[in-house]
Design a protein around this ligand. Structure first.
Ligand code: HEC
Length: 129
């Protein structure tokens, strides 16, 4: 993605028909266009909400579990969720149920699901109770 932008940028820079102010403007437009691609690589909570439909039966729609046997995911750190799901998928963490679900997930699914669950209200600080 960035390579492509650099190539386009190099072409524009050589063209004499663009004044330097137009070049600067074009540079910012290109930089802004590149941003959503970067954001989606880190997980998209809206996409995650849709993908979480499969998880709702146990973990609840927004990560508040329906039963104490299932861990709450709401408000959990995003990086923890990515690691947990990647570990199930890779077999570094084993669980009869979760290994099966995680094996269906792509890297992007994992990022999106983690973005969704971590954005929910959830974990409480039990140390003050
Ligand atoms: C049939 C019930 C069920 C479904 C459906 C399910 N899970 Fe789980 N999930 C569990 C159980 C049980 C555990 C605890 C496993 C363990 O002890 O490692 C768990 C654990 C997890 C953990 C680790 C939590 C922690 O605190 O370490 C994550 C993350 C997770 N599930 C995400 C998902 C996602 C995302 C989906 C949907 C794609 C999903 N689960 C679907 C039952 C389920």
């Amino acid at each position: 993605m960035f390579r492509l932008i650099l190539q386009v940028w190099a072409t524009i820079s050589k063209k004499e028909m663009y004044s330097s102010s137009k070049k600067i403007l074009l540079f910012f437009i290109m930089a802004l266009t590149a941003m959503p691609a970067t954001a989606s690589a880190r997980g998209n909570a809206t996409m995650g909400a849709e993908k979480a439909a499969t998880c709702a039966a146990c973990h609840g729609k927004d990560g508040h579990s329906v039963d104490p046997n299932y861990p709450n995911l709401a408000g959990q750190h995003q990086s923890y969720l990515v690691k947990a799901l990647s570990d199930y998928r890779a077999g570094r963490r084993t669980n009869a149920i979760m290994t099966g679900f995680a094996s269906q997930l792509s890297n992007q699914d994992i990022e999106d699901l983690a973005a969704w669950f971590s954005a929910q209200q959830g974990l409480q600080d039990l140390s003050i109770q």
